[in-house]
Design a protein around this ligand. Structure first.
Ligand code: XIL
Length: 301
């Protein structure tokens, strides 16, 4: 293939990007999006603060714009994210206990129902573990009880039985890291007890503090061996030039080597679209030109 999406499709995979609704009026941005990608993840528009700014008052305007654009252009959608300690509306941040638990369940039910049948995979729970390996103690959702993660997955399954349900996190790329082991143990436990989970998302934001690990393929293989798909959900790689390109190529080769690695999403299109305040972590430069990293990805696909 001559584009990322078409080449990935030839291998039975997708190639996606995070999309910001307000950029859908940028012709350069949309030109690259429509040409190269066949999966999109709303970068912020499906988060709790965006979709339920006041309790029980839902606003899908910006998320719907992205979903409509995707459907009109033959792209699928990864939903991101139903339950997360971050980017919550103020009213939810001020809740605790049973009230917060019920608000979470209501939020998941309403959002997943609104998008029922339109979402390939949901990041049902995002970033619930600490780098040290245990559950994240600074999450208000965790303080509603240890079962909140499985309650979130069961709620999402009931609302949209057709969507794949993913657990998504960062610093879960290196097989030897405590957080990777903690997420692995949770998924193994969920599979053993019949808690609905279909996929694990590795955000894979690679930088000097969290570099691409030599055992990345092992991590993908080990999660897949639990009976879930694995997806690379927010890929970006600090650096530039040949070094960055080589790492991008290696990530793609690792995914293709694991049959249950179903696709790769980069977290933005141009370097200027990146959430990173500085750096050049993406596949296109600020003018929308293909970087060496782009060519390395296309060659690896
Ligand atoms: C980021 C967005 O890219 C930014 O625009 C926003 O200000 C903060 O969130 N992990 C995730 C994503 O799961 O939702 C985050 O996205 C990046 C880290």
């Amino acid at each position: 293939g001559t584009t990322l999406g078409a080449s990935a499709a030839e291998k039975g995979r997708y190639f996606g990007t995070a999309v910001a609704a307000y950029k859908l009026s940028d012709a350069t941005y949309v030109g690259i999006l429509n040409r190269e990608f066949n999966m999109v993840t709303p970068e912020n528009e499906m988060k709790w603060d965006a979709t339920e700014p006041s309790q029980n008052q839902f606003n899908y305007t910006n998320a719907d714009r992205i979903v409509s654009h995707a459907q009109a252009n033959g792209m699928r959608v990864r939903g991101h994210a139903l339950a997360w300690h971050s980017q919550q509306p103020g009213w939810a941040q001020n809740l605790s206990g049973t009230a917060l638990r019920q608000a979470m369940v209501n939020h998941i039910t309403r959002v997943a129902t609104h998008y029922k049948g339109k979402i390939y995979a949901w990041d049902v729970v995002n970033e619930a573990f600490a780098d040290s390996g245990g559950v994240r103690r600074d999450s208000n959702l965790q303080r509603t009880g240890d079962d909140w993660i499985e309650v979130a997955f069961r709620t999402a399954r009931a609302a949209d039985p057709g969507a794949k349900l993913c657990y998504n996190d960062y610093n879960t790329d290196n097989w030897t890291w405590a957080k990777t082991q903690a997420v692995y143990n949770m998924v193994r436990d969920f599979k053993a007890r019949g808690v609905p989970i279909d996929c694990v998302g590795l955000q894979s934001h690679f930088n000097s503090g969290s570099p691409y690990p030599g055992n990345y393929r092992t991590t993908l293989e080990n999660f897949a061996a639990l009976g879930v798909d694995v997806q690379i959900t927010e890929l970006d790689i600090e650096g530039s030039g040949t070094t960055q390109a080589t790492t991008y190529g290696n990530v793609v080769k690792d995914c293709l080597a694991v049959s249950r690695c179903t696709g790769i999403t980069v977290w933005g299109i141009r370097d200027s679209d990146s959430w990173r305040a500085s750096g050049t972590p993406l596949l296109f430069d600020g003018n929308g030109n293909k970087k060496p990293a782009y060519t390395a990805v296309l060659d690896a696909l």
